[in-house]
Design a protein around this ligand. Structure first.
Ligand code: HEC
Length: 202
């Protein structure tokens, strides 16, 4: 009698222990696979960092175009990387990428490629995306969609002098043949989930 009671007591504790263990393991493996990203805070910080980058790029492009498309190409070539470098600070990096590149320096990292693939697979999906890059690092992306003014340099037909200038500067250019509304690429940001010094200065 006492032995039976002892056995059933042992089995009960073991069951409880096993249950607890499986809950722990379950939670641990869940946490390892999909760490809960602080998505709203990360996305908000990334979007805030992108805003001046987008505005400065557009301003530089328009100022160049006001002179001539050839001048604008020079502006894009020289100013775009500088503007991107200036938009980043501390843990935060900013840039552009594409599935059809003009400048090979803008080649996508694997996570960017996945986001681009997802946008390309669904034309209706133009929502920003936040992805975990492991540890406390996150990637944020917004789609870049072709507008009428972009066709001057990324469209199906380019002015011959412009075509020649672009070919000379970018011998491996793949960034023509786009139509208005097409996905041209992405704006991307990489950043920490909990930055040591949020915000930072330029
Ligand atoms: C005056 C010509 C010109 C116009 C107009 C223009 N671009 Fe570009 N674009 C360029 C050049 C040149 C580069 C390469 C910049 C570099 O060297 O980093 C470029 C690069 C890019 C890139 C980076 C990815 C890559 O292929 O290297 C994106 C994205 C892009 N352009 C989108 C646009 C969009 C969207 C518009 C319209 C709002 C636009 N461009 C208008 C000339 C132009």
């Amino acid at each position: 009698m006492r032995l039976a009671a002892w056995v059933s007591e042992r089995m009960r504790t073991r069951r409880v222990a096993l249950l607890a263990l499986s809950i722990c393991l379950g939670a641990a493996s869940c946490a390892a696979k999909t760490p809960e990203p602080p998505a709203p805070a990360v996305a908000e910080r990334a979007a805030t960092a992108l805003a001046p980058f987008k505005a400065d790029l557009m301003q530089a492009l328009q100022a160049g175009l006001a002179e001539s498309p050839l001048a604008a190409v020079r502006v894009c070539r020289i100013d775009a990387p500088t503007i991107a470098a200036r938009a980043g600070s501390g843990d935060l990096r900013v840039g552009r990428s594409s599935h059809r590149l003009r400048n090979p320096d803008n080649a996508p990292d694997p996570w960017m490629q996945s986001v681009i693939d997802a946008y390309r697979a669904n034309r209706e999906d133009r929502q920003p995306r936040t992805v975990s890059l492991g540890g406390d690092r996150y990637g944020y992306a917004e789609p870049i969609v072709m507008q009428p003014m972009c066709t001057t340099c990324h469209g199906k037909v380019l002015a011959p002098d412009l075509q020649a200038a672009i070919a000379a500067l970018y011998p491996a250019d793949q960034a023509t043949g786009f139509a208005v509304g097409d996905l041209r690429g992405i704006f991307w940001v990489t950043l920490d989930g909990t930055p040591a010094t949020a915000g930072g200065s330029r």
